[in-house]
Design a binder for this molecule. Sequence first.
Ligand SMILES: [Zn+2]
Length: 275
Amino acid sequence: MFDRKDMQKIKIKLVTLGNLKYPVDFQFIKKWKSKIFSAEHLDQIQILPEMDGEKWSYTDKLLANLIKSDKNYDFTVGMINYRLEKNYYVRRVGKDLCMLSLYETAEIIHDANLTIENFIIRNLYEFCSIYLEYGRDASLVEYSVAHDETRSCLFDMCGNKADLVFSTARPRICEPCKARIMQSQLSNEFISNIEKELCRIRKSLYYRLTDFIKGNLILAITITSMSAILLSVIAKVIYDVFKSLLIPSLFQGEQQEKIQFLTPSQRQESLLKSE
Ligand SMILES: [Zn+2]
């Protein structure tokens, strides 16, 4: 059983701010099977005010006034495709409010053949883990425990946003982070669940196959050649079975027709062969 603080599934409210510029399948996120959280997209703020921060960005203060916390949820995640303060892609803007920006990150994710849905889910796991680690305290759902080194870990700082590719393609929890979570007295079952669920964040089958072919070109060519040979052998066997069992009379008829056009000696020879 989970410990008390991680036995209840975390409820997350998703709110979109303005035009995200890329389609996001929120039903996919809602249907994501997790023992740790459930997330649903409930609100959308259509029109955004003018930007108030440096370099065409939104400040935490302005965003905090745009989205409201909802007591029916453990915390709310606002999604936006504009620059946040200091060009972070995650900002906590209120006690139980945080922002996730697709600014620059959406292009990085797309270029790596990953999906925005997986990127969002990967971040929700990070938020949930920190939320539980600090005793269900949403005010710490931020980047406070991140490490600078990129280890494909949920807690990679990703100061260079391009490094997000590693922890979105195959997210995991590195050993030091696992030890830190264990120290916070979350149950072993939580670690086991989150690791199992992170394994399900993968590229689509098409791009996994493409990656395999790129990385194993000789093996891929060998498999393709062997498959082609195997298919031709199977086709020949099917043809022979079809010919000998299913319509023998048709082939006998064909043979009779051929015999009619032979000379008597050729006809005799053909009949002997067929016997
Ligand atoms: Zn880590």
